[in-house]
Ligand binder design. Structure first.
Ligand code: GTP
Ligand code: SPV
Ligand code: MN
Length: 596
């Protein structure tokens, strides 16, 4: 078979995979619009894709009910030594894992087309960008990769004869025997799913799932797990962060990067329309930031993706009008509900709930039905370029200089609306002890409080203690040019389970305070956990919020924080001697501030 590829390693790898997986044929993607349209037509014909009458060039997919989110329990960091993967990752020794997976891969693409998807994370040619090649037997993956990454011939050209790339092997794990009728969303059962990473060889092997981060391998697998390991070796950072530019009424620009766990508000903050008069924001990225120190000593960030793979439920013209505008056309929807007039719908999208729809499983649904119309992890895939507030610098190969880091999570109690770190080490301590209630972005229990350091628990491709050390090292290199660090919690609730803070656009009030802090315009209240706003410094003009709610949002309950100490100690102890002393020292100082 003729493979039009000059890169020797790539040509050899394609041949090897074809021999292993025995597909019916091989197709090398060129990234063109015609290619996208042809694959979509093919999936419409097979009824896997449903064209939406109400949205031009937009399609709805329904996944298998077992294949609706990332599978952290089946995700592996396979380093020769278990310690190098660390206590936060699942680990299997590389030879053994490869042996198991090779058995699964043997003949796994029978009856299917093997797609070769050359893609670039980051603008092609940027010194910060990395090339990957995903081989997949899922046409759904191909069309999503078209939107989420830069796919095609330009990447093959950039690779040349001996350029480097990350091989990303993906199979849905559902070979078709002669004459067998295909299902609408083929995939393998849970115990055969493996999302495997071999960081020491920059290699990804994914088997058995067709959904999101399990299958679109540029995103979490390469963009975070493999990239974080590369970044540590090479002295840069790969983070689960949105990037935005905030512009004050005077025209001063602030660049903010924020790390919140999955389904905890990154896309929404990335697309914020400030509610405070005169302030504007531009979106740069909503999920991943790759950052390096520039010639001027500051930290520069790029968004390596070119699309949004965003949570649909909760997205509305009230909460996120920018996302709603982004979704007008050319969108792939997965696991949303289908309305009778041929549009998508999800919980929270409109005030009036449709009286009838087809739910995400393909069944009739009415407001009286017991379950949700859309799956809680239903998603949209949309091109970044369609975002009405996208920054002209979103694909600047040099990136944007970061002024502010924000960490956070979903905490219904204890954690206040916002506080600032005393210094870099304290900020790293805040990131390392970030905790959040689990969400539908992963298959597993929802609402369980867990430590999710830097929102990277599911995404760090090496020992998390070494990752903390890397953050400390970056601070040492950045010194007075380091971004200032803040912590936020938009999700605090009252006794009745109601959110105390209005969130969304109103979060701009908190961002404004951060900007005034870095400009030295406002003082802060020193508390044991960090620096909190004085009530009068938070711009609450036009916001109808009871003063007692504000007091609660800005309160620090010493006894509640003391109760967190044994949990933090336990969390730190899981890392053993690898945990940097500087973090133990931070914990000691924290205990001291809390009064023993
Ligand atoms: P991933 O794509 O999984 O990484 O998620 P994300 O961090 O981008 O989260 P996203 O912005 O999609 O928000 C997830 C859910 O939280 C959605 O249902 C939002 O409507 C909701 N949400 C986002 N921001 C806020 C907020 O400020 N307050 C409240 N109450 N909910 C929010
Ligand atoms: C996340 O879970 O953080 C996501 C969605 O951004 S996925 O691509 O499935 O990982
Ligand atoms: Mn994410």
């Amino acid at each position: 078979m003729e493979i039009p590829i000059k890169n020797k390693r790539l040509a050899g790898w394609i041949r090897e995979v074809a021999e292993l997986c025995t597909p019916e044929d091989i197709y090398v993607c060129n990234g063109s619009r015609q290619e996208y349209e042809r694959l979509m037509r093919m999936m419409v014909d097979s009824r896997m894709a449903i064209p939406l009458k109400k949205r031009p060039n937009s399609f709805l997919f329904r996944s298998d009910p077992s294949d609706v989110a990332r599978v952290e329990d089946r995700t592996y960091i396979s380093t020769p030594s278990r310690e190098d993967a660390g206590p936060t990752n699942n680990w299997i020794e590389p030879d053994r894992l490869k042996k198991t997976m090779l058995t699964l891969y043997r003949g796994c693409m029978k009856g299917r087309t093997m797609y070769v998807i050359p893609f670039s994370m980051g603008p092609i040619g940027s010194p910060m960008s990395k090339i990957g090649v995903e081989i997949s037997d899922s046409p759904y993956v191909v069309v999503n990769m078209h939107i989420m990454t830069r796919v095609g011939n330009r990447v093959i050209e950039a690779l040349g004869e001996d350029g480097d790339f990350v091989p990303c092997l993906h199979s849905i794990g559902a070979p078709l025997s002669e004459g067998q009728k295909d299902s609408l969303w083929p995939c393998a059962p849970m115990e055969k799913k493996y999302i495997s990473h071999f960081p020491e060889e920059n290699l990804i092997w994914s088997y058995g799932s067709g959904y999101g981060g399990n299958a679109l391998l540029g995103k979490k697998c390469m963009g975070l797990r493999i990239a974080s390991a590369m970044a540590r070796r090479e002295g840069w950072m790969a983070e689960h962060m949105l990037i935005l530019r905030l512009i004050s009424p005077e025209g001063r620009r602030y660049h903010i990067a924020a790390a919140f766990p999955s389904a905890c508000g990154k896309t929404n903050l990335a697309m914020i329309q400030p509610s405070i008069p005169g302030w504007r924001a531009e979106c740069i990225g909503d999920d991943i930031a790759w950052m390096r120190i520039g010639d001027d000593g500051r930290l520069y960030a790029i968004n390596p993706e070119s699309g949004f793979f965003g949570v649909a439920p909760g997205t509305s013209y009230e909460t996120n009008s920018v996302a709603m505008e982004t979704l007008r056309e050319n969108v792939i929807f997965t696991n949303c509900a289908l309305t009778d007039d041929g549009d998508v719908w999800w919980e929270g999208m409109t005030d009036d709930v449709p009286s009838h729809a087809i739910d995400w499983r393909g069944n009739d649904w009415t407001p009286e039905s017991p379950g949700d119309a859309a799956h809680p992890n239903a998603r949209f895939t949309a091109p970044v370029s369609q975002c009405p507030i996208i920054s002209s610098d979103w694909d600047n190969p040099d990136g944007v200089p970061i002024d502010i880091f924000i960490f956070g999570g979903r905490r219904s109690t204890v954690v206040p609306l916002v506080y600032e770190a005393f210094n870099w080490d304290h900020g790293v301590f805040m990131g390392a002890t970030a905790s959040s209630e689990t969400t539908a972005a992963n298959i597993g229990a929802i609402g369980n409080l867990r430590y999710d350091p830097f929102a990277m628990k599911p995404f760090c491709g090496y020992n998390m203690a070494d990752y903390f050390k890397h953050w400390l090292d970056m601070g040492d290199r950045l010194r007075d040019k380091a971004p200032r660090i803040f912590y936020v919690n938009w999700f605090r609730k009252d006794g009745d389970g109601r959110f105390l803070w209005p969130g969304f656009r109103e979060n701009s009030r908190v961002l404004k305070w951060m900007c005034e802090r870095i400009d030295g315009k406002v003082d802060a209240v020193k508390t044991p956990i960090g620096l909190l706003p004085r009530m009068e410094d938070l711009d609450l003009k036009g916001l109808d919020i009871p003063p007692e709610d504000m007091r609660e949002l800005l309160s620090v309950d010493i006894s509640q924080w003391k109760a967190e100490i044994p949990n933090i100690e336990h969390h730190f102890k899981t890392f053993g001697a690898r945990l940097p002393d500087r973090l133990w020292r931070q914990l000691e100082e924290f205990k001291g501030r809390l009064g023993g």
